[in-house]
Design a protein. Structure first.
Length: 686
């Protein structure tokens, strides 16, 4: 500024023909402009500093007051996290944001934002539930308090973005719900109490009364009564005479209450209780009222009943005789125990002593729990202080029979006039017959349940298994008419034949199972050559092995094996063995054979089927011969074959079993006793 001023003076001396006044004015104007410029610059810097400070304050305020701040850019359809933890760092699309809204709140929440996007609302405040989980697992719902402000495009009224502050009020809402639930619970208890309850203000005006109190006092409506609402507690009887308004104390009273204005003529039991805060200041006056009019009438009736007691006493002897007869008929006794004498006395009726035992003698009668009874008798004052009921197996107490019996024993403690425990009293009843009936009923119930379960499983399995071959037969029969190639026709006929054979075996299994359930399975032995029958059966079974990697082998060591047995049943067992082996063997061999073997001093046929299939786990060996058990639900079968085999072998007086390991194959075998007539072994190949 100084250099500029000197420059002006120098110019003024140079141009002397310009008036001095003009130079002075120009210099002054220039100086003023320069000063104004400096002032403006300082103001701008000050405002920038204030703006920066204000921004820092606003940022700190946001961090202090808001859990989350987000910005929704309308044109991009994307939500950015400005501050907080609610969204991922990369933000969310509007669709991703919607997917985290609770289904019940989605429509209303989206409506609020659409109103702001359309420019109809500049600022909005609302609540919604939000899923905090971004892993796709179990939703984690929380309550969000949303305050949104619309940010307009500069110079227009077109919304550009929406700035939202989000407060997580989940804990507050849950606390409110818990408090509301607790309040509702106590309100429910208050409203439905069997005692009339009401609350008054410290100055004696009615605040609230529950239903029982409204009924006792005959209120005008469910919520209001003009008389009691306009009557001060300290002016009403009997409180106007019993209460000191300046010092409210606990009050109990019972009297006849008469309120003509409300038609009350009842005997009431009244309890007044002052409720004070922690500082001892009176907050409420609680009054509990119970209508004892009926109790009083019962009391008067009881006095009348006393007149009849004498008559009742005269009939006690007759009742004693009837009780004696009843207890004898029910094999029941009354018993009384004296803890001091450590004895148990048994009575027929109430006065006829039949037997007396010490505690030590009594212990010997218990079979199931003598030790527990001994411990109980050691300290009866501790162990028999409450009513008890016990069912125990015992030696007969009142009979000479050597059979054990089940007794039901009930007891209650006995106290003397001073309230001291002195003994116990109860009944002992022989319920052996009832226990036998219960056991029989249990067995019959289990049998009925098993029968119903087996029928349900049977129907379900049969429906599925019969439908499978039928579908194949019907389907390929329809296709057979449209096929011209002889090879294709033969293949379809083969499939139809196999399914017909499968259906026939299934029907046979059903018939066999029906005979088993009816105990009508017949074993019809006849003279056969087991060697020849085996050869014929082996040829048939060999055709069932279709896997190229499986070799079918037979083991027939005899040229002649004449005996007597039911060959059809034996063939059925071996056929089931091989059929199962074919299902589970895809590489290796299947070998079927038999030989003569002696067991328990008796000759018999041992037959087996060995395979190199998948094998059977050890824990399934016992269950494999049960009905409807299938190791693989995806393999065709009903689960009836092996149970039928077991039934046939056992009906023949034989045994059945298996050896198997997982991955090592299985060997199913059976042995049945036979009378051998002639056996000729095959010559050993040289």
């Amino acid at each position: 500024m100084t250099y500029a001023y000197l420059y002006i003076i120098s110019a003024a001396w140079t141009f002397q023909f310009i008036p001095t006044v003009l130079f002075v004015l120009i210099a002054s104007a220039f100086l003023i402009m320069l000063i104004d410029n400096i002032i403006v610059v300082r103001r701008v810097r000050k405002r920038m500093a204030e703006t920066h400070f204000t921004g820092k304050m606003m940022e700190q305020a946001v961090k202090t007051t808001a859990s989350n701040v987000v910005r929704y850019v309308i044109r991009e359809g994307y939500i950015y996290q400005l501050y907080g933890y609610l969204f991922p760092d990369k933000g969310l699309t509007s669709e991703e944001w919607k997917s985290h809204l609770h289904p019940d709140d989605k429509e209303e929440t989206v409506h609020h934002f659409r109103q702001m996007i359309a420019g109809k609302v500049r600022r909005d405040e609302f609540f919604y539930r939000w899923n905090f989980d971004f892993t796709g697992e179990q939703p984690q719902w929380g309550y969000m308090h949303n305050v949104s402000v619309v940010e307009m495009t500069p110079g227009t009224n077109i919304p550009q973005s929406i700035i939202s502050t989000l407060h997580d009020e989940t804990e507050l809402r849950e606390q409110e719900l818990r408090e509301e639930e607790l309040t509702d619970k106590y309100r429910l208890i208050f409203e439905h109490s069997i005692v009339g309850l009401s609350f008054y203000s410290p100055d004696g005006w009615l605040l609230n009364a529950n239903k029982e109190m409204r009924d006792i006092c005959h209120f005008d409506t469910e919520t209001f009564d003009e008389y009691f609402s306009n009557t001060n507690l300290f002016e009403a009887m009997p409180f106007n005479e019993l209460l000191d308004k300046s010092n409210i104390e606990e009050l109990w009273c019972c009297s006849q209450s008469i309120v003509p204005e409300r038609g009350i003529h009842d005997y009431l039991e009244i309890h007044l209780h002052p409720i004070c805060d922690d500082d001892g200041e009176l907050v409420y006056i609680a009054i509990a009222v119970r209508n004892i009019t009926e109790e009083r009438q019962l009391y008067l009736q009881a006095k009348l009943n006393d007149i009849q007691i004498q008559k009742v006493n005269e009939e006690i002897m007759r009742y004693e005789e009837e009780l004696h007869y009843m207890m004898e008929a029910c094999d029941m006794r009354a018993w009384r125990s004296s803890f001091a004498d450590r004895k148990v006395s048994f009575f027929k009726g109430l006065g006829t002593l039949e037997k007396e035992l010490t505690y030590e003698e009594m212990e010997d009668y218990f079979i199931d729990e003598p030790e527990a009874m001994r411990l109980g008798f050691e300290d009866p004052f501790k162990n028999y202080t409450r009513p008890m009921s016990l069912t125990a197996e015992m030696r007969p107490v009142f009979h000479d029979s050597g059979e054990t019996q089940w007794n039901q024993i009930n007891s209650i403690p006995i106290y003397d006039d001073n309230g001291q425990l002195t003994g116990a009293f109860g009944l002992i009843r022989n319920i052996s017959g009832m226990m036998k009936k219960q056991e029989q009923l249990k067995r019959e119930t289990e049998r009925a349940n098993d029968s119903g379960r087996l029928k349900s499983v049977f129907l379900a399995n049969m429906t599925h298994e019969i439908r499978t071959p039928l579908n194949a037969i019907v389907g390929f029969t329809d296709l057979l008419q449209a096929i011209e190639s002889p090879d294709d026709k033969r293949e379809m006929i083969r499939v139809i034949h196999n399914n017909c054979d499968m259906l026939l075996r299934l029907i046979n299994d059903i018939l066999v199972l029906s005979n088993m359930d009816a105990n009508a399975m017949e074993i019809v032995p006849h003279d056969v050559d087991a060697s020849q029958d085996f050869e014929e059966l082996a040829k048939t079974l060999g055709q069932r092995v279709q896997e190229p990697g499986v070799e079918f082998q037979t083991d027939n060591p005899y040229e002649v094996f004449l005996t007597r047995l039911d060959s059809d049943r034996i063939k059925q067992v071996l056929t089931n063995f091989v059929t199962n082996a074919v299902k589970y063997t895809h590489q290796g061999h299947i070998r079927v054979g038999y030989h003569l073997e002696e067991r328990r001093g008796q000759q018999g046929i041992y037959a087996y089927c060995e395979d190199t299939g998948s094998g059977i786990p050890q824990d399934k060996h016992a269950a494999i011969f049960e009905r409807f058990v299938k190791l693989n639900d995806y393999v065709q079968g009903t689960g009836l074959g092996l149970p039928i085999c077991k039934a046939i072998v056992e009906r023949c007086g034989g045994e059945i079993g298996l050896q198997s390991e997982v991955g090592q194959g299985s060997t199913f075998w059976f042995w049945i006793p036979v009378n051998v007539r002639e056996v000729k072994e095959k010559p050993v190949a040289s």
